[in-house]
Ligand binder design. Structure first.
Ligand code: NAG
Ligand code: NAG
Length: 212
């Protein structure tokens, strides 16, 4: 090989390196959308056994998009709404608390810890104060003011409107989409092994947590 040839191929390698290395780092996180209910046993199991532990391991490559409405509906009353939920009024109140918490806990680590605790305790708002303390959420009173007022009703109504835009519509809870796509096979797979689903969907270099 001539000197020019060798120089040329090392340029190619350099260019390759410049293009390959950054793309490995800049892959989009995998969007995990979950539509769930505060007092739904399958939602609780999924949150506590899959979503929360997998997110703790994979948060660098995972973008949560979670909404607590589910099989419910609402009717406008004055400035607010009344709700009917699959598991009764306590579930509606719990959904509203989680929705208010999402607005009032800007730190995602704390919001996820709080939500995980609520889904684990499985008693709706009755665990609010205790879970806030456990998650290091210092302003629970703001959340309480939200879910006991018209503000919480309006926020939860918005979640319902968002959920209505899904195609297909939910027929099971927790309803799970990966990168905005729903398939029933994926719904089953995500409830058994979310980590594999997220790792398989990730386009970049898989993090170490994907190979254990
Ligand atoms: C509202 O939601 C409840 C709980 O899932 C359900 O039983 C009821 O049929 C729904 N009502 C309407 C009008 O969709
Ligand atoms: C309390 O809630 C407000 C939103 O009203 C938020 O901006 C603030 O960061 C929260 N404080 C803490 C300590 O989480």
């Amino acid at each position: 090989m001539s000197t020019t040839g060798a120089l040329h191929s090392s340029y190619c390698l350099l260019l390759l390196a410049l293009f390959i290395v950054p793309s490995a780092w800049s892959a989009e996180p995998v969007k995990v959308s979950v539509y769930y209910e505060s007092l739904c046993p399958d939602s609780s199991r999924f949150f506590v056994n899959q979503l929360y532990p997998v997110w703790l391991e994979l948060k660098d490559i995972m973008a949560n998009d979670i909404h607590c409405y589910g099989k419910a509906n609402d009717t406008a009353v004055g400035d607010g709404y009344t709700f009917i939920c699959q598991h009764g009024p306590d579930e509606c109140e719990g959904n509203m608390m989680i929705t208010c918490a999402k607005s009032y806990i800007p730190d995602e680590d704390k919001f996820m810890a709080f939500s995980n605790c609520i889904m684990d305790r499985f008693v709706g708002t009755a665990a609010g104060q205790e879970c806030a303390q456990e998650a290091g959420v210092t302003n629970f009173s703001e959340i309480e003011t939200c879910y006991t007022s018209v503000e919480g009703q309006q926020l939860l109504h918005q979640v319902g409107l968002l959920q209505e835009t899904l195609d297909p519509q939910i027929y099971y809870v927790p309803w799970i989409l990966i990168n905005d796509v729903f398939t029933s096979e994926q719904l089953t797979a995500a409830q058994i092994a979310l980590r594999k689903v997220v790792c398989d969907a990730y386009q970049g270099t898989p993090p170490a947590a994907c190979s254990t």
